[in-house]
Design a binder for this molecule. Structure first.
Ligand code: URA
Length: 193
């Protein structure tokens, strides 16, 4: 086992008993990551939902299954990506995590990024976007499909798959079409960088 994987495991183990914010009180499981610890692409979502909280794996509910289906249909394999969230525990009733909760959890995410050291970080939805790109006027609709470079890291925002659950059309210009285009572009960029 490499030092990176050992360090990630240690971090994961620490997170399992974390009580740095009140989300620990109602969680069933800490949802730390899924995927390959040396992947070139790191996806960051918002927070675990009900299914994730029960099983302990990010993006396995309806929205997550949709994201995974897009990824596999395009030709991604599980080796291509690592998935985490801005917070590791489920906010009650699926509300958005607060600034305090995100701050309390941030060191886990920063360490995950440092250790996985991906070529590109995919910001899945507005909560992840706001956490990494400091521009209050920037919406996910404006930001998606573009590369942002901050402190030598490359970030690529995409729609959150829960948004796509409401829009089914794959016609050019529609959310699902743009989502697919973005995932194709991300794979190409990861090969180029
Ligand atoms: N939505 C997220 O942002 N993350 C998950 O893990 C599941 C749903």
């Amino acid at each position: 086992m490499t030092d990176t994987i050992k360090e990630l495991e240690k971090l994961h183990k620490n997170a399992l008993s974390c009580s740095k914010c009140t989300l620990c009180k109602e969680r069933t499981k800490v949802v730390f990551y899924d995927g390959n610890c040396t992947a070139p692409i790191l996806f960051i979502g918002e927070a675990p939902g009900k299914n994730e909280d029960e099983i302990g794996i990010p993006f396995i509910g309806r929205a997550g299954q949709l994201l995974r289906k897009f990824l596999y249909d395009i030709g991604y394999t599980k080796d291509d990506f690592y998935i985490a969230n801005t917070v590791k525990c489920r906010p009650p009733k699926n509300r958005k995590p607060t600034l305090e909760e995100k701050k309390a959890c941030r060191h886990y995410l920063d360490k995950q990024i440092e250790l996985v050291n991906p070529k590109i970080i995919v910001l899945v939805g507005s909560t992840a976007l706001e956490s990494f790109i400091n521009d209050k006027k920037l919406t996910i609709t404006k930001a998606r499909g573009k590369v942002f470079e901050v402190d030598k890291r490359k970030y690529f925002p995409i729609f959150h798959p829960s948004y796509l659950l409401r829009y089914h059309s794959l016609e050019p210009g529609k959310p699902r079409y743009l989502f697919k285009e973005d995932l194709i572009q991300i794979k190409k960029l990861a090969q180029k960088y």
